[in-house]
Design a protein around this ligand. Sequence first.
Ligand SMILES: C[S@@+](CC[C@H](N)C(=O)[O-])C[C@H]1O[C@@H](n2cnc3c(N)ncnc32)[C@H](O)[C@@H]1O
Length: 264
Amino acid sequence: MTSPQGQTKPTSGLTAMRESYDRAILNPRLRAVFGPTDAYNLGFWRQEDGNPVTQLSQACGRLIERHCSLDPAADAVGCVLDVGCGLGLSTALFSRHYRPAAVYGINLSPHQLRHGRRHHRIDGGWIAADALRLPIASGTADRIHCIEAAMHFTPRSAFFAEAARVLKPGGQLIVTDVLAIAASDIVAPANLAGTLDSYLSVAIGQGFAPVLAEDVSADTLDPFCRYMQRIGLRNVARYMQSRLSGYVIAVLQRRSDIGRGEPS
Ligand SMILES: C[S@@+](CC[C@H](N)C(=O)[O-])C[C@H]1O[C@@H](n2cnc3c(N)ncnc32)[C@H](O)[C@@H]1O
């Protein structure tokens, strides 16, 4: 997510997105809200034993753990991409989860990548690139994780097509993303999808078969908004509630019966 209070008018879509994130993600006031970790997402607010999570920084980490738990058979994996990797915490945790695989943190922002390089050790590398033009050879990645970033990739369908191009047949895209009913600085008009079915139909159209797909708003968006209210950021909660209709977690498998990058 970007800061809902962002004031600056965009110069071009990608530059505006990068500048807006760079201003928000290391802003000391926002870091104070997100706590001591390097995550920047809405979080997963339920612990493994079912008990609720009460702190945002812990919930952010739990969301990354949730991604890992969706891919327990990590042994046979050689190449993993973390697209929209923020400050690199998720990339580092994926690197640990998939060791000895090569894990690449990919972000539009060289500034955020510099932070990742300085603060997190990974087996792989940091790549400055737009998610719609990944500098990765076709059919070479085993997994792509994308935590709360695909709503910004305009259009999201082009990201699904690019992910299908770089994944090996049978490889998986593991994504958490928001459903939106109204455009905002979080979700562009091209990416409005108000229901899980409408979201999945876009991925299916680009060569993916859903292995698992759930609306997990009750563990993500809803408690995040309650937390924002509790700490006095009622405008943030209201803004999100008026525009977002759900929160998706999905494991999408690249179909092996299609050519590389060829939509079905
Ligand atoms: C909500 S943050 C999520 C960060 C991280 N995944 C996490 O969970 O902490 C979205 C990230 O996507 C990145 N991003 C936005 N548009 C992008 C694009 N077109 N290509 C690559 N990264 C992009 C932003 O710079 C930001 O780091």
